[in-house]
Ligand binder design. Structure first.
Ligand code: NAP
Length: 407
């Protein structure tokens, strides 16, 4: 089937539309777009279902930057036509309307139909796997990039692994780069707290783990029938280990991140014939780490029951989040080790408040990269930040203050 190009930015009123601008992360993202280095030439819109809240959000944007060229678009996930109209007006739609398992799919459909690139903040694996199953081919045919997990889930890990691979391949040289097995491990250290929206998304995904497991088996079976190249990409089996270099215990971290890194490795040949990735959280105290695992397990068990799920959802309301002073004290570092053919590299990605300040920056820069940057990789469909934008997004994030460095 012939592929149709996504419409050019100049043909549409907005470079970027931010859907969910009235929510906790949406507001921080709007503030970032109002003040970022692209803002002087950016035509953009804030979107949501509540006009009064959007007007208030616009006033906050104009207070930060009186020159901001920002409009309001009203759209609701319950009204597909409104989503389609919103998608048709913009080169890229950003969405912070979660839980994505509840609200995400109609907007993805509308963006694909409108030929509009899409970025979100999901960390919900069932949502992403469902999109790959249902929309991969349609999005590829339309030359559209649907890029999930453009926040702390999973940018530091996906682009950190890519950055580490680049350093490793430089050491390997052209003779061996991309031709030998590679192992990369990521170790997270972070301080921060989360919003009501993040809590609701996590509990929603936990409550569906059994259903997701069943669906996943079917999707994986169907995926096997599709042609693939012969390269092997995998996630390392989870083991707890002591890391002398960080004087900490490494506890396997079962987030969406390893799957995202694996998908990027599948989509880029320079990851070599056999790529393995391990993903951990560091803790100095093993009992504290084990208590964390037990706590997460208890949440999963409780969320299987309607009564338990309802109780858990009441713990934090959507729209709430950490205070500015809590956010100011928050930070993250992801340490990476890379090894191939007897060579080793150590790298680090670091920044401030992982959940909100830096997430808003990563999300906005992902959208700006898709809307404004030239010569991005020719990868379309349900794609990762590493395959859709790769080096161009690393460069943007470095310029915006997120550090990628070799130790
Ligand atoms: N680590 C990460 O990558 C990361 C970090 C931060 C957030 N997230 C994810 O981002 C999402 C948002 O989190 P948050 O804390 O910002 O949530 P939030 O404060 O609850 O905001 C949700 C937004 O969705 C809007 N919304 C809800 N239902 C809608 C509908 N039917 N139509 C249109 N808009 C609707 C809300 O609009 P109203 O204002 O009108 O209610 C609000 O603007 C969550 O899924 C969270 O997990 C991920």
């Amino acid at each position: 089937m012939s592929k149709s190009k996504a419409p050019k930015a100049a043909a549409r009123p907005f470079h970027v539309t931010l859907f969910g601008a009235t929510g906790f992360t949406g507001r921080i993202t709007a503030e970032y777009l109002a003040t970022c280095s692209d803002s002087p030439h950016l035509k953009w819109a804030i979107a949501g279902r509540n006009s009064a809240k959007l007007e208030e959000c616009k006033r906050a944007v104009i207070a930060l930057n009186p020159q901001a060229d920002v409009s309001i678009v009203v759209a609701d996930t319950q009204d597909y036509d409104s989503l389609k109209r919103m998608a048709e007006q913009s080169s890229v739609v950003i969405t912070t309307v979660g839980p994505y398992l509840n609200y995400g799919e109609p907007l993805v459909k509308a963006c694909i139909e409108a030929g509009t690139h899409y970025v979100d903040l999901t960390g919900e694996p069932e949502f992403v796997d469902g999109l790959i199953h249902d929309y991969q081919t349609k999005a590829e045919e339309k030359h559209v990039k649907i890029v999930n997990a453009c926040g702390f889930d999973s940018i530091p890990h996906d682009l950190g692994a890519l950055y580490t691979l680049q350093q490793l391949n430089q050491l390997l040289g052209p003779e061996r780069a991309g031709k030998v097995p590679v192992k990369i491990e990521g170790f997270i250290q972070a301080e921060g707290t989360f919003s009501g929206g993040t809590w609701h998304s996590a509990i929603t995904q936990f409550s569906r783990l059994r259903e997701y497991g069943k669906k996943r088996k079917v999707w994986q079976q169907q995926a096997k029938t599709r042609p693939t190249d012969r390269r092997r990409t995998r996630v390392l089996s989870p083991i707890i280990k002591y890391c002398k270099s960080y004087t900490s215990w490494a506890i396997p971290f079962p987030s969406i991140d390893p799957q995202v890194v694996k998908r990027t490795a599948s989509g880029r040949k320079e990851y070599g014939p056999d790529f393995a990735y391990g993903h951990y959280i560091l803790t100095r105290s093993l009992p504290k780490g084990l208590a964390g695992i037990a706590g997460a397990g208890a949440l999963v068990v409780l969320s299987q029951f309607e009564f338990g799920k309802e109780k858990l959802l009441k713990v934090k309301d959507p729209g709430q989040g950490p205070s500015p002073s809590q956010r100011q004290k928050s930070w993250f570092k992801v340490h990476f080790t890379g090894e191939a053919d007897g060579l080793h590299v150590w790298t680090e990605v670091s920044g401030g408040d992982p959940g909100y300040g830096e997430t808003a920056k990563m999300l906005a820069e992902s959208a700006l990269c898709l809307a404004l940057d030239k010569n991005l990789p020719e990868a379309y469909g349900i794609v990762t930040t590493g395959t859709a934008m790769g080096e161009a997004l690393i460069a943007r994030l470095q310029k915006a203050g997120i550090q990628f460095r070799t130790i």
